[in-house]
Design a protein around this ligand. Structure first.
Ligand SMILES: Nc1nc2c(ncn2[C@@H]2O[C@H](COP(=O)(O)OP(=O)(O)O)[C@@H](O)[C@H]2O)c(=O)[nH]1
Ligand SMILES: [Mg+2]
Length: 371
C-alpha cells in the first residue's frame, strides 16, 4: 500500500453551508501535503458521536472503501479529539489524521528555518501528549496482566520526556521572539514604517512582495510556501519596509495560529496592513476569505488603535468581467464595514504578476502611513 493514498471524510450538519467548498480546500491541503485523495465519505448528522465522531455504519463504509482503494490514510475534515482519533484508528485499522495534523504536515514539509521548525515541533508535541496518554492507557487496560512488566510505567517516562521537550521548545521560541521584538523596536527607532502583507495562501502576497521590493522569494500555488517572515524596503520609498509572512487557510485552527506567534508579531507590530485578496476566487469563497482574514487579524490584535488597512484586489488579469471585479470590491467593502466598523476607503485593483496597479498601490500605502 502506498503511504500517500488517502480518502477524506467529513461530518457535517444537515443545513451546513459551503461544506463542498470547505471539503475542496481540505483536498487542496491534502494534495499540498503529498497525498493522493482517491475518495470521500460524508456523514450528515446533527451531533457527532463523542467516542468516534462518525457513526458505526459510516465507519464500516469508510473501511470498506479504503480496502477497495488500497488506501492507508484517512483524512478527517473535522478536528478530532484524541479519543476519537484513537477509536477511528482502531476501528478502521488505518492511520487517521485530521485537518490540524494535515496543516502541521505541510508546515513540517516546508519549514526551512530554525524558528519555524521549533514552532512546528511544539505544535506537534502539544497534540501528541493527550494522544499518547490515551493510547497508552488503553494498551494498559488491554494488557492488564502485564502491568507490572512495565505497561503502567512504560508510558510515564514517554510523557515526561515530551513535557521536558515542550518546556525546552517554549524557552527557545521565547528567546527567538524576544530577539524578533528587539529588531522590530530597532526598526521603529530608526524611523521605519512597516507594512505587513496579509491574506490567504495563493493570494499572491509573495509575488507582490517581490514586485515591490525587488526580492526573489519563492512563489507557488501551494499553501504555506512562505513560513518565515521577511522584511525589505519598498522600492522608491526610503523609510517604508514591507513584510511578507505566512498565509491563512480556510478553517485555520486557532491553535495553529497560536503556534505561529512569532509570525503574528509581524502583523501585530506593523504600522499598516495590506490585505491581499484573490479576485479570481468564486464569490462565496471570496466572502469567506475576507471575513475570516479580518476576524483573525482582529483576534490576534493586529488591527488595534485604528491601524490602517489597505485592501488589494489581486489577479485582476484573470477576471475579464468588469462587473465581477466591481462586485468583489463591494463585497470586500461591506465586510470591512461589518467586521471593523470602519470604511476601508478605495480598494486597489492590481495584478502582482503583470505588475499592474502597483504605482497606485504604493501611493495609497504612502498616504495611509502619512510619510
Ligand atoms: N494570474 C495571476 N497570478 C498571480 C498573480 N499574483 C500571483 N499569482 C500566482 O499565484 C500563485 C501564488 O502566488 P504567491 O505569491 O506564492 O502567493 P502567496 O501564497 O500569497 O504568497 C503563484 O502561482 C503566482 O504566480 C496575479 O496578479 N495574476
Ligand atoms: Mg507566500
Amino acid at each position: 500500500m502506498s503511504e500517500n493514498r488517502a480518502i477524506v471524510a467529513m461530518l457535517r450538519k444537515p443545513r451546513e453551508k459551503f461544506w463542498r467548498l470547505r471539503l475542496g480546500e481540505l483536498k487542496k491541503l491534502a494534495f499540498a501535503a503529498g497525498y493522493e485523495v482517491l475518495g470521500e465519505v460524508i456523514q450528515i448528522k446533527e451531533a457527532p458521536k463523542a467516542a468516534t465522531l462518525f457513526g458505526r455504519g459510516k465507519i464500516e463504509e469508510m473501511t470498506k472503501l479504503m480496502d477497495e482503494l488500497k488506501v492507508d490514510t484517512l483524512i478527517v475534515y473535522n478536528v478530532l479529539k484524541s479519543i476519537q482519533k484513537v477509536n477511528l484508528e482502531l476501528l478502521t485499522g488505518r492511520r487517521v489524521i485530521d485537518r490540524y495534523d494535515l496543516t502541521l504536515e505541510i508546515f513540517a514539509k516546508n519549514a526551512s528555518d530554525a524558528v519555524s521548525k521549533l514552532q512546528i515541533e511544539l505544535a506537534r508535541i502539544q497534540r501528541e501528549i493527550p494522544y499518547v496518554k490515551l493510547l497508552t492507557s488503553l494498551i494498559h487496560i488491554k494488557d492488564r496482566p502485564f502491568i507490572r512488566a512495565g505497561g503502567e510505567y512504560g508510558w510515564k517516562p514517554k510523557i515526561a520526556e515530551l513535557r521536558r521537550r515542550m518546556k525546552k521548545l517554549k524557552e527557545e521560541i521565547a528567546r527567538y521572539r524576544e530577539e524578533k521584538l528587539r529588531q522590530i523596536m530597532e526598526r521603529k527607532e530608526k524611523g521605519f514604517k512597516v507594512v505587513c502583507i496579509v491574506g490567504y495562501y495563493n493570494a499572491g502576497k509573495t509575488t507582490l512582495f517581490n514586485a515591490l521590493t525587488g526580492c526573489e522569494k519563492p512563489v507557488s500555488d501551494m499553501p504555506f510556501t512562505t513560513l518565515s517572515s521577511k522584511y525589505a524596503k519598498l522600492r522608491g520609498a526610503e523609510k517604508i519596509l514591507l513584510v511578507d509572512t505566512i498565509g491563512f487557510v480556510v478553517d485555520l485552527d486557532p491553535r495553529i495560529i497560536k503556534s505561529f506567534e512569532i509570525n503574528i508579531d509581524d502583523m501585530r507590530f506593523s504600522d499598516a496592513l495590506m490585505l491581499l485578496l484573490d479576485a479570481s476566487d468564486p464569490a462565496e469563497l471570496f466572502k469567506i476569505k475576507v471575513e475570516t482574514s479580518l476576524n483573525i487579524l482582529k483576534n490576534v490584535g493586529a488591527l488595534v488603535n485604528g491601524k490602517p488597512i489597505v485592501i488589494g484586489l489581486n489577479k485582476v488579469d484573470l477576471v475579464s468581467d468588469r462587473i465581477d471585479i466591481e462586485s468583489k470590491k463591494i463585497i470586500a467593502k461591506e465586510i470591512v464595514e461589518k467586521v471593523l466598523k470602519r470604511d476601508p476607503g478605495s480598494i486597489v485593483e492590481l495584478s502582482a504578476k503583470e505588475r499592474r496597479g502597483l504605482d497606485n498601490l504604493i501611493e495609497k500605502l504612502i498616504s495611509v502611513l502619512k510619510v
